[in-house]
Design a protein around this ligand. Structure first.
Ligand SMILES: [Zn+2]
Length: 606
């Protein structure tokens, strides 16, 4: 039980607010609300006169209020993450929901103005330097102006979303809390919630994982009608909106997600074509993982299986937090000394939450206070090798925001496809360094195993989800689907991607995977594959660019909020990502890692 003693520090939030009763917070909220009052007045003028100077004032006021509201919101959510029972924080967040909804509704007239104005008006609008900083955002939004409905209709859509589309997402999370899983373990059947059952899915014992998966599937099975109703309603509503928005040009169900990811259909096609061609490589990695467990194929319960424990010297020592930070700093420092300094600064300033606590929420994330432009990393650090990798990943996100901290706010929002660039890059740096330094066969196996799990997860599992969702949306145009039909479609998607590397498919995955039921975004899958391969593409440039790599890397990160992914890759990597050969070259290098994994398994006799 020695590993229980290892934990990370608690973070310091006091450089933002001392507490929820900090007078500064009240001042910020008061200011945000009075700014919104002013917005409300100006909105009337904008709608009536369409004046450029009014629009510019609105841009500034909306940016100011959203900065203040987001700062308080992040502070509240940080407190909730550490203690889910923090009533005061929950109250503040509840109150804030009204403000954020108001902000969203009051932003609509300016969005409408920006979308509908003619080019000359836009040039005038962007001529003020602070407003002009939002040029990319404006032009990206305007590229879809033909899909806009009238101001009244758009406002109505937003208002109805609260109890319409968003309600389906909420229902799903309520169901998640109710699902009970009967898990058959060696000492009898235990009835568990989803979170506990999910934890068992990372057990080193194949039969425990399998039992947990069966329990989860049966648990969701009891709610299959409700889950199917959620999927059918979400997709049906979105398809209806696409039709409504197709007055000038046909709008497809993928368009929203592509636009939010700032990639083109052509890029997505290139990516998926290569993923399809590369299936045998991913399947080979999956079969090797199965072999290590003495099996022929992997099952859906193996996705988070750890590397098998080797008999001799197979113990894993817990890594103290300070040591992990040093390992990460030194790996980051291989790219540039300033990256090591950044990691150490995060530790010294107390901007990382890594303690082990009973009320802490699971998971890890990176966030930041918009007012001070200072990042925070959240996780539970208990000394495992996977914790070190998670920390390296989240510190990558923090680094990304850190190099952008002097940019105008309107240039700091990046699409999901580029959001994982710095994090996966940091993770890969650290994994490679640890692999080189590994002292035992177990360490080496653990690192390669994690790499293979990522590889199969991104190149087989993510496309499985994309394939299912595409087929489902196509079919949903005709009519709602029955639960059994969704299960058949899901099983076929698994078989298509995993082939003979699969022991059996996951028929209830459409219900058990949260991403299909999220109300704010559909196709929450292909950006993961894009982000994973793209960041490895960036990583591969280290050797080629040599000394010029670091400045180019930072320049690339700084441009993530003001370019499409295509332009970014062309400018900073000299690569055309609409060309399948870019993606294939990355896969080819990953294939060498599969070879290394096989050699390692041979060496340890697995
Ligand atoms: Zn991430």
């Amino acid at each position: 039980m020695g590993s229980q003693l290892v934990q990370g520090p608690s973070w310091r939030l006091s450089d933002m607010y001392e507490s929820l009763s900090d007078p500064q917070m009240a001042i910020d909220l008061k200011r945000a609300r009075s700014v919104l009052d002013r917005v409300e007045t100006l909105n009337g003028q904008l709608v009536e006169f369409q004046a450029v100077d009014v629009a510019q004032s609105l841009f500034r006021l909306l940016e100011e209020s959203s900065t203040l509201l987001a700062t308080v919101s992040v502070y509240g959510r940080c407190l909730i993450s550490v203690d889910g029972q923090n009533d005061e924080a929950l109250k503040v967040l509840g109150r804030l929901e009204t403000d954020l909804k108001r902000l969203s509704v009051l932003s609509e007239p300016l969005s409408q103005f920006v979308d509908s104005a003619d080019d000359a008006t836009m040039t005038a609008y962007l001529s003020a330097p602070d407003v002009g900083a939002s040029r990319f955002q404006v032009e990206h939004a305007r590229s879809r102006r033909h899909t806009r409905l009238s101001l009244e209709q758009e406002a109505l859509v937003k208002r109805l979303a609260q109890d319409g589309v968003n309600a389906w997402g909420k229902l799903y999370s309520q169901l998640s809390g109710m699902v009970r899983c009967d898990v058959e373990l060696a000492d009898g059947v235990r009835t568990l919630g989803l979170a506990q059952s999910a934890t068992l899915m990372s057990s080193a014992d194949d039969s425990v994982r399998h039992a947990a998966w069966r329990g989860i599937n049966e648990g969701w099975g009891a709610h299959r009608e409700s889950c199917a109703a959620i999927l059918n309603a979400l997709a049906g509503g979105r398809i209806e909106m696409c039709d409504e928005r197709s007055q000038k040009v046909a709008v497809g169900f993928l368009d929203d997600s592509l636009h939010a990811s700032r990639i083109s259909q052509k890029t997505l096609d290139a990516l998926m074509t290569v993923a399809r061609e590369a299936r045998p490589i991913g399947q080979r990695a999956a079969k090797l993982q199965a072999r290590a467990y003495g099996k022929v194929g992997v099952g859906p319960w193996d996705l988070r299986a750890p590397a098998p424990v080797l008999g001799e010297g197979g113990t894993r020592a817990a890594i103290p937090f300070e040591k992990a930070m040093e390992q990460i700093a030194s790996a980051y420092g291989e790219v540039d000394a300033s990256m090591a300094d950044f990691v150490r600064m995060m530790g010294e300033k107390g901007w990382i939450e890594g303690s082990v606590g009973p009320n802490k929420r699971p998971g890890a994330y990176c966030t930041g206070f918009r007012k001070s432009r200072e990042p925070r990393v959240y996780m539970t650090y208990s000394g495992g090798a996977s914790n070190v990798i998670t920390l390296a990943h989240e510190l990558g996100h923090a680094y990304h925001s850190w190099v952008m901290r002097d940019l105008p706010m309107s240039q700091t929002n990046y699409g999901m496809s580029l959001a994982e660039t710095a994090s996966t890059f940091g993770e890969t740096l650290v994994r490679d360094a640890l692999l080189r330094q590994s002292e035992s066969a177990q360490d080496r196996l653990d690192m390669l195993w994690a790499e293979m799990s990522a590889f199969t997860g991104f190149t087989l599992n993510i496309p499985t989800r994309f394939e299912f969702e595409s087929r489902f949306y196509e079919a949903r145009k005709e009519r709602p689907l029955r639960p059994a039909e969704l299960s058949t479609m899901m099983s076929e998607s698994w078989e298509t991607w995993y082939g003979d590397a699969l022991a059996e498919p996951d028929p209830m995955f459409w219900a058990s995977k949260l991403h299909f039921s999220m109300s704010h975004m559909s196709f929450y899958n292909f950006p993961y594959l894009f982000g994973y391969l793209f960041s490895l593409g960036v990583y591969d440039k280290r050797a080629l660019f040599g000394d010029t790599f670091f400045p180019r890397y930072v320049a690339l990160l700084r441009d993530t909020g003001r370019m499409t992914a295509e332009d970014l890759a062309l400018k900073h990597l000299d690569e055309d990502i609409t060309d399948p050969s870019f993606w294939m070259s990355i896969i080819k290098r990953l294939e060498l890692r599969v070879d290394a994994f096989e050699t390692q398994l041979d060496e340890v006799g697995l």
